[in-house]
Design a protein around this ligand. Sequence first.
Ligand SMILES: [Fe+2]
Length: 333
Amino acid sequence: MNKTACQRVFLSRPVFLTHGVCSAGTHYDYRPQRVVGSSFHFCFAIVPFTDYIDEAGPIALSPGSYKKSTIQPSDGRVHAVEAAHVPAARYVELVNPCLKRGDLALMHCFCWHHAMPMHPAFKGLRHGLYMKLRAADAPPAVGPLLIPTVAHEALPAAQRHAAPYHRESGSQTIEHTAVVLEDGVGRILVLTADDTLSLPNCSTGQEPHDALETWSQDWDASNVIGEATDCIESLLSIRPPWMSWIADHKTTTPDGGEAICRVYGHRLLDGEEISELPPNAMWIPPAAVEQSEREAWERGGREKDEIGMWLNEQDEAGEPVRRGYGVASGEVG
Ligand SMILES: [Fe+2]
């Protein structure tokens, strides 16, 4: 990937299960609505623990197919993907790499692939290690998968940067969401109440829950783009068609628990006209954001950092990033 790798998903429970019990259609894994697929620069690392013989339902790959989807230049903030249309499997050159125990397969997120049918007698016998790793400069558009904190802390300190997003319960619960909304001339929508500034934000209504047992089953629960879109609609009567993740802001609740605010960005497109702002909202230019006191903001000035990350196309460390389009769960099949 020519960049530092950052973990997207480590299949801790399904790791010992199969890639697919029965034949799955030819596809690639990039998905703008999925936390494990919305980065456009990730690779899937597969290490079989058993030989992937024909009866095991081996994975078949289409050599060079990843070149058929391309990342478009950005005119600012986000990059579009010109995504390839995958023809039916019979029209695709698919190669079975005949993976053996201990091999390593690296598959680009745009690579067309196909899980071959598995013989029923083999069910549960195909074991492997499956990890998705993204380039550090291509953040997930709908936000990161949150790993259990215990898994993060199990890593040597020098390696924890590779799996930075975690929460104690291991669940994908996101309690709040906020939006950096930019207009066509670079101004940011800010709300004011009692001399306090804030970004448009709302509670998601998600209840924290212990998800260590179901960790692999609620991967998409942290995609709160739908809730963020509802928040903007209630304020401005428009529904932005996409958002892109900027950062998570973790706070401590009064009872000592964790709460996460997932912050997205959106720049208004031509045609996304806002007729009238509510009385507590105003557009302010970046210079005014810069000059504002951190104490004036609802979340202690963290909002200034998030606005800067969005406008300057940077991550929390100030490194350049290439963001992509994220959409709400259910928007894309
Ligand atoms: Fe796949």
